[in-house]
Design a binder for this molecule. Structure first.
Ligand code: ZN
Length: 412
């Protein structure tokens, strides 16, 4: 039976969301936390976008150093040979790519305005896959944008051309959140069975079904005899109404009726890291976790009404499907209520040494402390909020990598 793999797209779909964004250091921390959680791949950014280059290269170096291992780091670009060339000129070492192009007649006509037809779409995609392979890409996913509104026969042709040219997977994008669990299950099964390659499902929440659709789509793919890949984002942050929430997808697969124990993840998922990554993403995006968010919301293990409180005190399983400890919750959190020294873009050496001392980092020499302080200041310029302990620790531990990913050179 096929397995389920997670490809998290927080660092691509999440950061391209209106009003939201992450610093390059925050994107790096997300990659590190996703790796700790056991996620198969992070779609870590945009290789054709110049301000991403240093961040992407630095993260590929972290992978080479074994720090971002075994997670794969995948870039997202348009499916055109020109974009592939630009991606490899800016980020030569990239191995995993998602190549995206619209496949629905709504988008082909609506976006290209009569300048391209279905045959042109097939040709562009094939040329892009060939170009990526010629540059040594090993893990190519071809994305059918707006797949859920695409004519099935054309989608099947598109997928088989992608396979012929060496794509590892097809990404079925429910770009507008138009599917429901029944329709996406059917399409997942048809694509897996007819094309015979693993299928990714990429779901949005415009109709409130992103998680349900992701799970149902993956079940369809497995029923069709292939491995299924689910696209998630941390806290469901993504375009418009958001993407399938990472933790909710994992909980649904591990805990829901008839699914618990039935489907297996291709990489071991450590749910105990959920609390840490969700809290961090909330801080980094400046978006609070909703009180009722599955797994990590403040109310998910809170009981007030008499019957529920009595029931959960007698046996938590009366009113809870899973335990807070499974998600890494339960540790008391220290919140400073008095004097506090924070990191900032104008920090000085004395305050900085105090902050680092509190997280048990000391420096051999003043020069070393000053170098790390300078990097932390630059990180603060990009983040515009105090750095968290893990970020400071990262900068102190990998100053060369930090320097690379913090470097933006718009005038070069
Ligand atoms: Zn999307």
């Amino acid at each position: 039976m096929g397995k389920i793999y997670l490809i998290d797209v927080t660092n691509r779909d999440g950061v391209q969301t209106a009003r939201l964004g992450l610093s390059k250091l925050a994107k790096t921390m997300i990659n590190i936390y996703l790796n700790e959680m056991g996620v198969y791949q992070s779609e870590f950014g945009f290789p054709t976008t110049k301000h991403e280059s240093n961040y992407l290269q630095a993260n590929l170096r972290l992978a080479e150093m074994g720090i971002l291992q075994p997670i794969r780091l995948g870039g997202w670009i348009r499916a055109s040979a020109e974009d592939v060339e630009r991606a490899y000129s800016l980020v030569p070492g990239i191995k995993s790519l998602s190549l995206s192009i619209s496949t629905s007649s709504q988008m082909i006509n609506g976006k290209f305005q009569g300048k391209k037809n279905e045959e042109d779409i097939l040709a562009m995609m094939a040329e892009a896959v060939d170009a990526a392979r010629s540059h040594g890409a090993e893990n190519i996913g071809v994305n059918a944008e707006d797949a859920s509104r695409t004519d099935t026969d054309f989608l099947l042709r598109f997928a088989s051309v992608a396979k012929e040219h060496g794509a590892a997977r097809l990404r079925y994008c429910d770009t507008l959140g138009y599917d429901n669990p029944f329709t996406i299950h059917k399409m997942g099964k048809v694509l897996a069975r007819e094309i015979g390659i693993p299928i990714e499902v990429h779901c949005h929440g415009d109709l409130g079904m992103a998680v349900a659709n992701s799970v149902a789509g993956a079940m369809g793919v497995i029923d069709g005899g292939q491995d299924a890949y689910i696209n998630t984002t941390v806290n469901g942050i993504g375009e418009r109404a958001g993407n399938a929430d990472l933790v909710a997808v994992v909980l649904a697969l591990k805990k829901s009726k008839g699914l618990a124990g039935k489907y297996r993840f291709g990489t071991p998922i450590r749910l105990s890291k959920a609390w840490k990554i969700c809290k961090y993403a909330s801080y980094a995006f400046d978006v609070p976790i909703p009180i009722n968010q599955p797994g990590v919301g403040a109310n998910v293990f809170a009981h007030a009404s008499g019957i529920h409180a009595d029931g959960v005190l007698k046996d938590p399983q009366n009113y809870e499907l899973y335990d807070f400890k499974e998600l890494g919750r339960g540790e008391p959190e220290m919140v400073e209520t008095g004097r506090e020294i924070c990191s900032g873009e104008y920090s000085g050496i004395s305050g900085f040494r105090h902050i680092m001392g509190k997280i048990a980092i000391s420096f051999e020499t003043r020069a070393e402390a000053e170098r790390v302080l300078e990097l932390a200041r630059h990180a603060n310029v990009l983040a515009q909020k105090p750095l968290v302990a893990d970020e400071l620790q990262f900068i102190a531990q990998y100053p060369d990598i930090a320097k690379e990913l913090l470097t933006l050179t718009p005038l070069a």
